[in-house]
Design a protein around this ligand. Structure first.
Ligand SMILES: Cc1ncc(COP(=O)(O)O)c(C=O)c1O
Length: 453
């Protein structure tokens, strides 16, 4: 009998998050205060985040216990299944063995609740009443809205306007969970009004939506900001994915030669890859790790490794990361969750260290991959996840060419049930690729801050 899925019982749910900082040969450069150019301290972050998350942000402990209240909620959908993509392997006629962890079984349909539940929990126990955030694809906003509902927190979501228009049902889901959803840029904040004054037709960006959310969060004592990716503590919370996958790969009697993840801000990639990278850094098991980003927003492959703001209005600390410049507004590709100008400092640092590789893939190739996946494996992937699938197919075809039966693992980070307009547009031939020239990169980077350069 050919096993197709590897399942873990609830008692195998990880007890701790894995902190890669403990295994790095050097720590990433610290975030800086934009005014002083000095590393920021906990007091600078306190208006935005609860103290327990600030502590996690700077921790170098290898493991951080997951509170029992959070594990109890995780148990609703975790541990998530690991599948062997046998029909995709056959369709590709590849000797490679392809496995995928499936995070689309969460209530919001992606990996994002892994951190949303943790963040809502720490805010709740520190007396916060309201959370404000941004969302690109709507996956993160839905996840925080869901977590807020469980902990009795009010949630406000600034949703990038292009996604707000492309995905009315994501908005309906957030509102069903009780959140208030605002199209960004909006007239509700100074940051939004400034953008609209200059670009009345702005389709928005994650950088702009973050500015709006941070501005609102900083105004009230009972309100904090929540970020769905990029920061160390967010990446930390996602490591339940890779830890479970390690046990499940053992059940399958395999170990990955290659791990592939798509990258927006870096959290799903970190979730699947960091536990494996930790084993590699500790000298236990070698492997390749490939980050796949959209050619329309190529922060890792074409961006500069420099200090930059996390948002467009420059309200956040400066982070050392691969960036396309904080004012960069990516084209309205359908992988809304991958339209961020920067990349997590931890992921950026790993690329600089040569521990991971990065490639950029065009939109049409990613949708072709997603359709092939749906027609073989049956699951309709989120457009973001299509990037990982396209990367996996390239690897599997390389294995075929080289006659190698390597083991490939990727994270299917979300389903695409709210992304059907994107699939309709693809089938109708309405989607196109975006070439991003070096001149455009240079222009977008012209405004990088000089601090820490
Ligand atoms: C399904 C899905 N995958 C990936 C991403 C990209 O974010 P990250 O790089 O933090 O995983 C998003 C972001 O919204 C998403 O919704």
């Amino acid at each position: 009998m050919e096993t197709v899925k590897y399942l873990l019982s609830e008692d195998r749910l990880p007890e701790s998050w894995y902190n890669i900082a403990a295994d790095l040969p050097s720590l990433p450069p610290p975030p800086l205060h934009p005014a002083t150019g000095q590393p920021i301290g906990p007091a600078d972050l306190a208006p935005l985040f609860p103290m327990e998350l600030i502590k996690q942000e700077v921790s170098t402990e290898r493991t951080i216990p997951i509170p029992e209240e959070v594990r109890a909620i995780y148990r609703q959908w975790r541990p998530t299944p690991l599948f062997r993509a046998r029909r995709l392997e056959r369709a590709l006629d590849t000797p490679a063995r392809i496995y995928y962890k499936y995070e689309g079984v969460s209530p919001a349909g992606s990996h994002k609740p892994n951190t949303a539940v943790a963040q809502a929990y720490y805010n709740k126990i520190e007396g916060v009443r309201r959370l404000v955030t941004e969302t690109g694809a709507g996956q993160w906003g839905s996840s925080l809205a869901f977590a807020g509902a469980l902990f009795g927190l009010e949630v406000e979501v600034f949703m990038v306007k292009v996604s707000y228009n492309q995905k009315p049902y994501r908005r309906a889901l957030m509102e069903t969970y009780g959140a208030r959803v605002i199209a960004s840029p909006s007239t509700e904040t100074a940051a939004g009004r400034a953008i609209l004054a200059e670009h009345p037709d702005s389709t928005g960006s994650l950088g702009i939506a973050i500015s709006e959310a941070v501005e609102v969060a900083a105004q009230r004592d009972d309100t904090r900001y929540a970020l769905g990716s990029v920061l160390n503590h967010v990446l930390l919370h996602q490591t339940v994915i890779g830890q479970e996958a390690m046990i499940q790969m053992e059940m399958a009697g395999d170990y990955p030669d290659v791990v592939v993840g798509c990258t927006g801000g870096g959290s799903n990639f970190a979730g699947i890859a960091f536990p494996f990278i930790g084993a590699k850094l500790r000298g236990e098991r070698p492997l390749r790790v490939v980050a796949v980003e959209p050619a329309a927003c190529p922060s890792l492959t074409k961006g500069k490794y420099a200090y930059d703001f996390g948002d467009t209005a420059h309200l956040t600390p400066l982070m050392k990361m691969h960036t396309l410049g904080s004012t960069f507004v990516p084209p309205g590709i359908h992988a809304g969750g991958l339209r961020y100008h920067g990349m997590a400092p931890l992921v950026s640092h790993l690329l600089e260290l040569g521990v991971i590789e990065a490639i950029a893939i065009q939109q049409l190739e990613t949708f072709a991959a997603g359709v092939q996946f749906a027609r073989t494996e049956g699951i309709l992937p989120a457009p973001e996840a299509n990037h990982a699938i396209a990367g996996v197919i390239r690897e599997a075809l390389r294995c075929k060419e080289e006659g190698k039966s390597e083991v490939i693992l990727f994270n299917l980070c979300g389903h695409g049930h709210f992304d059907l307009q994107a699939y309709m547009d693809y089938q109708a031939g309405k989607l196109r690729d975006y070439e991003y020239s070096d001149a455009e990169v240079a222009m977008a980077l012209a405004g990088l801050p000089s601090v820490g350069a």
